[in-house]
Design a protein around this ligand. Structure first.
Ligand SMILES: *Cc1c(COP(=O)(O)O)cnc(C)c1O
Length: 416
């Protein structure tokens, strides 16, 4: 592709082009960070106003029943389920990934221990998103039963690291820095062959790539709604537990929302049947209500169509960066192979932080991840091919003029 018009022609033929209108995109911004915080669906502002004025204001406490507040975690879980290959009543929207992982890992270790008490190893990747590792470390300390976290440095090492001492493997499907995507079916099979349980983190997968949890026979999964699902900053995460594990499932955050009859006000905890036992306490209703606006957009398309465009966008970005910025020290760290790539493209640059700040100052919003990584996320619901073309042109200009050397771009904010 040698001309912006070629990108515009791809946009004209894009079967998803109408969906962009459903998002409140800022003017003069090319947003390539939907992998970190999605763009608001236009419907979200009206929904928030209605929840506050009508449901909270007029309905007051009656809204727990009349507006369906109490049912939201399960109802939204059912709406999200098809995007990840989950069945009905297998998903709840609740809490954060971190706290959901604590619940899941606790329950999974308990099940693994009942099956085979000598298994004392949790396998994960050193490159995993840190909170996943921190939660595992915290739980191991809390249990104080000799559990060990075994971290591999390369996906190829999983085959030997997962063995007869492994209780579970906690794997993030798509790596947040590099965009490397595991073959979920193959890795789940490997975990099961070793007799261990497979816990998947779908933070960078849900709404980004096709996922088939029941199809691959996974055991547990978590994910979030504020990235590709466009639920809003800090919107609640989700948990998936397949039917076969639900009633053997006991988690330590046994709060009243997970009780079978919370309004019996019984002094004894009795878990809900099924996925409801994953809930803990009162949910952030306003934030949770907005999750539905993001999910509703996905009902108008399907993951196969989204995936085709996502790969076309990241392919085009990689090709243009390599053609047009080839003389600068940029190294692709995302796999070229489609089967191993999520919905992002990451490049290392020795001054990655400064380069990203200079891009953001010009309205091209990606983000920076330690060490040296420029990360660009592609969200086919609202990203156009011309956005990719324009973003690469801005990158080329920032590198050619060395605009990134301006001292203000070296200052670090609390969030990068
Ligand atoms: C974004 C992300 C999280 C975020 O966890 P929260 O507890 O919801 O803040 C966790 N794990 C992975 C792999 C992520 O990418």
């Amino acid at each position: 592709m040698n001309h912006r018009d070629d990108a515009a022609a791809l946009d004209r033929d894009d079967p998803l082009r109408a969906l962009r209108d459903q998002f409140a995109l800022g003017r003069d911004v090319i947003y390539l960070d939907g992998n970190s915080l999605g763009v608001p669906p236009k419907a979200a502002a009206a929904r928030a106003a209605a929840v506050i004025a009508d449901e909270w204001g007029d309905g007051l406490i009656r809204s727990w029943n009349t507006a369906g507040w109490f049912a939201l975690p399960k109802r939204l879980g059912n709406k999200l389920a098809p995007l990840i290959g989950a069945g009905a009543d297998e998903v709840v929207v609740t809490d954060t990934i971190s706290s959901n992982l604590f619940k899941l890992l606790s329950a999974a270790l308990r099940l693994a221990n009942e099956r085979d008490p000598k298994r004392r190893v949790i396998v994960s990747e050193r490159s995993n998103f840190p909170t996943d590792l921190y939660i595992a470390q915290g739980l191991i300390e809390q249990l104080d039963r000799g559990y060990e976290l075994r971290l591999v440095d390369d996906p190829a090492e999983l085959a030997t690291a997962i063995d007869e001492n492994t209780a579970l493997a906690m794997i993030t499907h798509v790596n947040y820095r590099t965009g490397y995507m595991h073959d979920m079916a193959a890795v789940t099979q490997l975990i099961h062959r070793a007799g261990a349980l497979a816990v998947w983190d779908l933070a960078h997968s849900a709404g980004a790539v096709p996922v088939d949890l029941n199809g691959v026979g996974a055991d547990y999964a978590v994910g979030c709604t504020y990235k590709y699902l466009n639920g809003g900053p800090g919107s609640p995460a989700f948990v998936w537990v397949p039917k076969r594990h639900q009633n053997a499932f006991s988690q330590p955050l046994s709060g009243w929302w997970g009780h079978k009859k919370p309004f019996e006000m019984s002094p004894s905890y009795r878990p809900d049947d099924g996925i409801g036992r994953f809930l803990c306490g009162t949910q952030p209703v306003i934030s949770m209500a907005l999750v539905e606006c993001g999910l509703d957009v996905f009902l108008q398309t399907d993951m196969a169509t989204l995936r085709r465009k996502s790969l076309a966008l990241s392919d085009l970005f990689i090709k243009l960066v390599e053609e047009r910025c080839g003389k600068f020290p940029l190294t692709l760290v995302t796999p070229r192979e489609h089967g191993q790539r999520g919905s992002q493209a990451s490049f290392e640059h020795p001054d990655g932080y400064e380069v990203m700040q200079a891009l953001i100052a010009r309205g091209v919003i990606g983000d920076y991840r330690e060490p040296r990584v420029l990360r660009f996320g592609f969200t086919p619901l609202y990203t156009r091919y011309v956005d990719v073309w324009d973003a690469v042109e801005v990158l080329r200009d920032v590198l050619e003029t060395e605009a990134w050397r301006a001292p203000e771009f070296a200052e670090r904010g609390a969030v990068t």
